[in-house]
Design a protein around this ligand. Structure first.
Ligand SMILES: O=c1[nH]cnc2c1ncn2[C@@H]1O[C@H](CO)[C@@H](O)[C@H]1O
Length: 340
């Protein structure tokens, strides 16, 4: 029987909560910083990025995240970044990923929406052809930019409608950014056939998750770890099969959780809440999806069969077409059987 680390490495996986800019590798970030030498606080030396990605608190994380967004100045940067994310996902045997993309943040920095969408679509086609990774997009509203960002994100989603677009989200800080105000935008996105997947309950309490469910029609919740503080909410999520996209190391590094050993993932799973395990912004948090699986396995005391079920759950919670889900579930079964 292979050890857990190599089992996880070879296991075909799906990732449902991973951010576009947040996935820029230190090599790509340094390359973009070097292109814009001197006009950015982001180090152009990959070795210095680990220190740069040390966050005092969540607000500081968003500040650093946006300084990396500032490096993405044209559609070529977008194409390079997105294609390289596909390479990194393939290295981890991720077959399918729903990438959270924030077009507003790039469009307001001067990249035309049409050029932005063409760049991510070129990269999606390239990643499928060259790496065998099937990418889809969630367009998310950067909550810190409020209703103007909601307006623009919805407009881009509906007017440009890139082929890979499947869902509509809301990221950024929750404190001071109540969810109900975004209801009109989520109503229109859902009416246009996009799935609703807002962040909630990452840095605020269960009431933000209730709002996301009741006001935004959430089909999945980004993070949602605060549900562990509300038995009724956990029962609701379990009974209605509403999955949480859990990102353990992210919560530790943004200080949403003080100690990984106390992470709410164990309480959530014990209450029957459906979860997937994700990396969120892997290079910024010094992690990978593989490491997130290893952390979840340790906290949940999973063996290889339990880890394979984590991968199956991510596939089942995804918005992939039924035949795509069946194919990836069959691949996980075949891999697991071959490992003995
Ligand atoms: O863990 C996270 N929580 C909330 N927002 C996040 C996270 N990771 C990346 N972002 C991104 O930060 C952007 C800044 O406006 C948001 O749009 C969101 O996509």
């Amino acid at each position: 029987m292979t050890d857990l680390t190599s089992f996880i490495a070879g296991l075909p996986k799906a990732e449902l909560h991973v951010h576009h800019v947040g996935s820029a590798s230190p090599r790509i970030v340094a390359e973009l910083a070097a292109r814009h030498e001197g006009s950015s606080p982001v180090p152009a030396d990959p070795a210095l990025l680990a220190d740069y990605f040390e966050f005092r608190d969540f607000a500081h994380f968003i500040e650093i995240y946006l300084s990396v967004v500032d490096l993405i100045r044209d559609d070529e940067d977008v194409r390079l970044l997105t294609y390289e994310i596909g390479r990194e996902l393939a290295r981890q045997n991720v077959r399918y990923a729903e990438l959270t993309v924030t077009p507003y943040s790039s469009v307001r920095r001067g990249i035309a929406a049409k050029a932005f969408c063409e760049a991510i679509e070129d990269a999606r086609i390239g990643a499928a052809r060259d790496f065998g990774v099937d990418l889809r997009w969630c367009f998310d509203i950067p909550g810190e930019a409020g209703l103007p960002a909601a307006e623009e994100t919805l407009r881009i989603a509906l007017d440009e409608r890139p082929d890979g677009l499947i869902s509509f989200g809301l990221g950024g800080p929750e404190i001071g950014v109540p969810r109900p105000q975004f209801k009109p935008y989520f109503d229109q996105a859902r009416a246009a056939g996009l799935h609703s997947v807002p962040h909630a309950g990452e840095t605020t309490g269960p009431e933000t998750i209730w709002d996301a469910l009741r006001e935004l029609g959430a089909e999945r919740i980004g993070h949602g770890i605060a549900a562990a503080r509300d038995e009724r909410l956990m029962a609701h999520l379990a009974e209605n099969g509403i999955p949480l996209e859990v990102c353990p190391t992210s919560n530790l590094r943004t200080r949403a959780v003080a100690d990984i050993e106390e992470h709410p993932i164990t309480t959530l799973v014990a209450a029957g809440v459906p979860i997937s395990v994700n990396s969120d912004d892997p290079p910024m948090f010094g992690t990978t999806l593989e490491q997130e699986y290893a952390t979840a396995a340790r906290l949940l005391k999973l063996d290889t069969a339990g880890v394979a079920d984590l991968a199956r759950d991510a596939v089942r919670h995804s918005f992939r077409a039924p035949e795509g889900k069946a194919a990836l579930l069959a691949e996980i079964d075949a891999y697991t059987a071959a490992q003995g």
